[in-house]
Design a protein around this ligand. Structure first.
Ligand code: MN
Length: 233
């Protein structure tokens, strides 16, 4: 194959216990998957009850990953860059209209990630009914740990998911509080697009999102599964 310029490198993630890497195809994200976070964003009231989750995307090359302390450049256009700690599901098989019972068979493994968000840009888009892309899908907006295969960590459905900023606990949630569980997310998403091997799904954030500034150290942990450290520079 000849190209008019050299193609970009394939975005990929390290896999725990394996020298081979996980090639990233697409990054899907679930919005409002924890009731407490929906409440803090003003998207949940007692009268209407829980608004179902929904999806948005980031480009595959928005991934930030690697060994040790990751470096994330503070992005342009924002004065309110927010952290959202999330469990990330990595697929090694695809399908359309996948049933909830068949969903786990698509999963290669799990990671912990940060859905970095230009909250002020997102808020402006929401207000105008515009797309969220520039609030969510900017460069280096998808921080991710190495992937831990389901063959070694199983399919976690409960357990702590937390984020410390400069040593102080900011988000302290539990996977069991997800509105849609992972199998339901996969089933639902696969009615909208055909899922493929290499797809990542960020599964939503618990409450406690807030701003970070250059110099901050973010430490994310999915208890017993994965962890990451990232410095905003
Ligand atoms: Mn999120």
């Amino acid at each position: 194959m000849e190209y008019v310029f050299p193609p970009h490198a394939q975005p990929s993630l390290a896999v725990a216990g394996n020298h081979a890497r996980f090639p990233v195809r697409r990054i899907f994200c679930v919005g409002r998957n924890y009731a407490e976070h929906a409440r803090e964003m003003g998207a949940l009231d007692q009268a209407s009850g829980f608004e179902p989750p929904f999806f948005f995307m980031k480009p595959a090359d928005a991934i930030v990953s690697g060994d040790g302390e990751l470096q994330v450049n503070y992005p342009p256009l924002t004065k309110n860059l927010h952290h959202e700690v999330e469990m990330v599901v990595a697929l090694s098989a695809g399908g359309a209209n996948v049933t909830v019972d068949a969903a786990n068979a698509l999963i290669f493994g799990y990671a912990v990630g940060l859905d970095l968000t230009r909250r002020d840009v997102q808020a402006k888009a929401k207000e105008k009914g515009h797309p969220w892309d520039m609030g969510k899908g900017f460069d280096q907006s998808a921080v991710c740990s190495e992937i831990h295969p389901a063959s070694s960590v199983g399919h976690p459905s409960s357990g702590g998911i937390c984020l410390k900023v400069n040593g102080e606990m900011r988000q302290d949630g539990d996977l069991s509080d997800m509105g849609w569980n992972v199998a339901e997310i996969i089933a639902n998403l696969s009615t909208m697009v055909r899922l493929e091997a290499g797809d990542l799904i960020y599964t939503g954030t618990p409450a406690g999102v807030g701003p970070v500034v250059p110099g901050d150290l973010l430490e994310a942990e999915l208890a017993g599964v994965a962890s990451l450290r990232a410095r905003i520079v």
